[in-house]
Design a binder for this molecule. Structure first.
Ligand code: N01
Length: 550
């Protein structure tokens, strides 16, 4: 490896670094900070104009943290950060999370090593040099022994392939690529496709302003009140008081939040007791509705039905028109699609200016320049909002499509499934590390903390390689297979794989269909620590080539 934070060495038009990072979102930002602290020379490339990744792109109306939320959706690497940053609400708005990330970028002077508006178009491994070379859209090329893919688990948008959609002449926006200029809905007839988290957050906001909203729903969803509220000064003080203890609790919790674990099982309770418990949680709202429920909801059909029935009853209570309420009834195992939090979503269907179209009985046939045509007729519209989600978890890695040993592309390697070891590495792609990739807890864990923990492990691994004079490392295909079986074994003990979702790849035509995330929560970090303790068991090492070998 080269020296500390020096200007890049150049040969021809190539810049040389120790580490190239793709992506300046939550993970890429910490990667830059961490490797720089290790004394390495680092370059980050990102297609956006500034830091933030998913929080830079997803600025649709109503976008908020819809997980367990603030103040613990944050970095933990610096106690000062926690001490100096005030979070205003439990479900922070997109702009608040972006402001925090901008503060982090300023505080640690990150931007000086990030090249924005620069898309990495190609990444290739050079076996002789034991280095990766990336080619970018600005013509700059860079090479480094290590390539960190912090490309985002939810960043490659899913654009629906519907006849005539490209002929639609009105305004058209994907929630995941929302314009930076204000978008006005006033006086407009708006159609929204998609009722996942993004659709359910944005529809009430759009309906408040638009002349009319047509919600085009393929799958009815369970959603619970977000319960957003101000964070009190006392709560902020408590979060800061004993930082080490809070961090220890976050590390011990399955989802990476400082919450107490519990052992409540729905089937140990009577239906009356269960409903009373659900009601209490519903009144409070927030993601803890799910976390503080019962531990058997995701594994027992009967326990699952008790919660599903409770939410369906709530929808019937809220929505005045019984026919609309029936169309809004979800019919899959609750929690086996990403749980959703809303702020008045079901109430929105009581408005005169909102129409629900159930695409299962009335599918979209085509778009015209001025309308969407479903089987039952034509809906004239001025604007189309695509809340159609992402080619999640693996999509951004495949879009990058790095070429490993022998020029093999990731697309070839991942034809049938997303082969990987520990959710971090891929056989045939030495020294390439994924953050929040397939096979890792990724979206099932507090993502800033998960990124920190993965990157700390990678940093230690790099140190180990240097200490032992190793130039390249990759997993064996046997260890990949065993890891794949472990990931699937955990998932198959739950109801999760039995529902079509972006977790199973079912939202993208032709994508390998299986549950690719590691569902063991914080156990994952114990697993990767154990691998390290056993001298990085499951990896194949290659001695560093001498400069004159290359
Ligand atoms: O995407 P989704 P999202 N025709 O895939 C429908 C995170 N997030 O952007 O369910 C018709 O969940 C699709 O229908 P179906 C969070 O983890 C976080 O909403 O596949 N409909 C579904 O209704 C979340 O889970 C935050 O049948 C089509 C919708 O589009 C993840 O991002 C905020 C269609 C897509 O829902 C993704 O959420 C928002 C078609 N051709 C999101 N194609 C925060 O924390 C797709 N659909 C702030």
């Amino acid at each position: 490896m080269t020296s500390t934070n020096q200007p890049p060495r150049k040969s021809g038009s190539i810049e040389h670094y120790d580490v190239v990072i793709i992506g300046a979102g939550v993970s890429g930002m910490y990667a830059l900070h961490h490797f720089r602290e290790m004394g390495l020379s680092v370059r980050v490339y990102d297609g956006a104009s500034d830091i933030g990744g998913t929080w830079w792109y997803n600025r649709y109306p109503g976008a908020r943290v819809d997980g367990p939320g603030s103040p613990f959706y944050c970095y933990t690497f610096s106690e000062k950060l926690m001490q100096e940053w005030d979070w205003a609400e439990t479900q922070s708005e997109q702009s608040a999370v972006l402001a925090y990330l901008e503060h982090v970028a300023d505080r640690f002077d990150l931007r000086r090593d990030i090249q924005f508006e620069t898309w990495v178009e190609d990444a290739r491994y050079d076996e002789a040099a034991q280095r990766w070379t990336v080619e970018t859209s600005t013509g700059v090329s860079a090479s480094a022994p290590f390539l960190i893919c912090a490309v985002g688990a939810l960043s490659t948008t899913n654009m629906p392939d519907i006849p005539g959609i490209n002929d639609f002449a009105g305004e058209c926006y994907h929630t995941g690529r929302w314009p930076h200029e204000p978008v006005s809905f006033e006086g407009k007839r708006v159609a929204v496709i998609g009722t996942g988290s993004s659709g359910i957050q944005s529809i009430p906001e759009i309906a408040r302003e638009a002349a009319h909203v047509t919600v085009l729903q393929r799958t009815a969803q369970y959603s619970v009140p977000a319960g957003n509220r101000p964070i009190t000064p006392e709560e902020m003080a408590e979060a800061r008081e004993d930082f080490d203890a809070i961090c220890a609790k976050m590390h011990a919790n399955p989802g990476g939040f400082p919450f107490d674990n519990h052992t409540r099982m729905a089937l140990d309770h009577t239906p009356e007791e269960r409903n009373a418990h659900y009601e209490k949680l519903w009144q409070r709202g927030g993601f803890k509705f799910f976390l503080d429920g019962y531990n058997d909801i995701a594994v027992s059909e009967e326990a699952n039905a008790s919660l599903a029935d409770f939410i369906r009853d709530k929808i019937r209570e809220i929505v005045h028109d019984p026919e609309t309420a029936e169309k809004l009834m979800p019919d899959y195992f609750v929690m086996t699609k990403r749980p959703i939090l809303d702020d008045g979503y079901f109430e929105t269907f009581n408005r005169d200016n909102v129409t629900l179209v159930d695409l299962r009985e009335d599918p979209i046939e085509r778009f015209t320049p001025t309308s969407v045509v479903t089987r039952s007729g034509e809906h004239p519209i001025d604007m189309l909002v695509l809340a159609t989600g992402f080619d999640a978890i693996s999509g951004s890695m495949l879009r990058l499509n790095p070429k490993g040993r022998g020029g093999m592309s990731l697309e070839e390697r991942w034809q049938d499934r997303f082969h990987n070891y520990l959710g971090l590495t891929i056989a045939g792609f030495p020294n390439l590390f994924m953050i929040h990739g397939p096979g890792s807890p990724g979206v099932f864990y507090n993502m800033p903390l998960g990124a920190e923990r993965q990157l700390n492990w990678i940093g230690d691994f790099m140190g180990h390689l240097e200490k032992h004079g190793m130039g390249a490392v990759e997993p064996t295909t046997d260890s990949e297979e065993a890891w794949g079986n472990e990931v699937s074994g955990i998932a198959n003990a739950t109801l999760f794989p039995r529902t079509d979702s972006w977790w199973t790849g079912a939202n993208i035509p032709g994508k390998p269909r299986y549950f690719s995330a590691y569902l063991g929560g914080s156990l994952y970090y114990q697993r990767i620590a154990d691998v390290a303790a056993k001298d990085y068991e499951g990896f194949a090492f290659e001695q560093a080539h001498r400069a004159d070998d290359a």
